[in-house]
Design a protein around this ligand. Sequence first.
Ligand code: ARG
Length: 578
Amino acid sequence: MQTFKRELAAAIAAVADVPPETLEGLFSSPPDRSLGDLALPCFPLAKLRKTAPPQIAAELAEADLGVPWVKEVRATGPYLNFRFDRGRFSTAALAELRAAGEEYGRSETGRERTVVIDYSSPNIAKHLAVHHLRSTMLGQAMANLFRAAGYRVVGVNHLGDWGTSFGKLLCAMEHFGEAEGLTARPLAERDDPIATLNSLYTRFHAEMETRPELEEEAREWFRRLETGDPLARARWREIRDLSLARFQRLYDRLGVSFDEVIGESAFEERMGTVVEELEASGLLEESEDAQVVSVGEDVPPFLVRKKDGTTLYGTRDLAAVQQRWETWHFDRCLYVVDAGQGLHFRQLFTVVEKLGWPCADRLEHSAFGVMRMPVDGGWAKGRTRDGRVVLLEEVLDHAVECARRAMEEKGAEVDDPEATAEAVGVGAVIFSDMKARRGKDVNFDLDKIVSFEGETGPYLQYTHVRFCGILRKAAGYSVSEATGQHLDGEADLALLQEVLLFPEVVARAAEEAEPSIVGQYLLGLASSFNAYYAQHRVLDDDPAARGRTTDRLALVDRLRVTFRNGLRWLGIAPLERM
Ligand code: ARG
């Protein structure tokens, strides 16, 4: 609708003698179509012109706007209501929708602006658990949406590959590697090397109960790692490579990619300079057993360095801010990280501000809520009944299995049932994460998620399939012959206007880093279409209705493209059959 609103805003602005930009964002739908097809509240105009809103509305209603697709302008209290010349409006609208082709939904909103998005960013030597899904998929969707809105996007996977826990792991390999059979079957030869690393880690903690000296040994191993000891480095590198390979399997399955994969380990050198800068600006304070920066009365201080000289997660994040700023000069840098790390980011951003770095107000924590798993009839945070973390791979496999069963029951006819079940199952899991605003906690209810009914991923995929089906059945028509002039009924126009909102919706979802805005829009559009389809015939064989049928098919085709791109950008495969 942007083009139309802009055209109308310019015409009104010229008559009312105000800047057009003040009007563009004000248009809304009238509460009732009998009032008109578009409305403009006159309050802001009245303020600029220092007159009462009803008066300015009445004045403007008399003026000749010279907009060809506006047939009538009427003042209703403080509102101006516009009635369209529907044939003309629909013709222009359809032409615009078609001009965008298969890329419909993209815009230039973010032109020349750069957004860095830090997402997924798991710790190595661990499996991706189902809660990693949130950061990974929300971040990927944000990256897609920002790109669609014309931004330059840098997606960063900031791997947790450094820190004292790796000292523990190396120490455990040294002591218990033999017992875990690592000599007979090294990590690289195992199906699931991460599982082996996990059990080494667990074992280390169990043994530490009776052998407290292990703690100091582990610290020594981390020091060796930090100072570049070849053995420590080689083992660490192997762990890192194996973990990445394992992550990649899931990233491929989920359609996730990054522009930069960089570990916390990469910031060793830069951390030194950052700590010096903190020192030089007098921000560094000695606390009992650490060096810290105070960040405010009611917030605990930001830890920079422990007494033994080792640096921390936060210090590495501080160095990463500097590297990102120097490399990309971003307009925004988003951290797609769970709300539980809110304090960390508050501290980090305050330190950046205290350092006077110019990017301080460009950093944002795009927080998300917890994902809870069903346990004993209730919900618990990310763990099963026996306290095990739920692995993402297991959940995806299970969802795909459910999708396969549902398709069999429905007797779906598709060329490649395996690939379709995979797309439906994975899409279902992804959409469950895009449905509600990201700040909310979600209950991960697999049965509901994979259902073809209700507000689910499969339901949206199925809606896209229906559009494709209708268009396949209409072989005797050519949507390129549509003029749009027959889309003049109230329902046609309402649906057309809803489709016209898509590029604005995408831009707003990007701007607010909120993929659920697109998710909710698609749900709304699906239900509008279903209501429309129940009452209006799209494919009418009557030769006299050929023009209208062609126009309606063209509208269905634009709905198809809207769903195709909306689903794609959320990370869900738009299937043609299922
Ligand atoms: N590796 C961290 C974790 O698993 C998340 C890192 C988020 N990104 C960042 N720049 N701190 O909790």
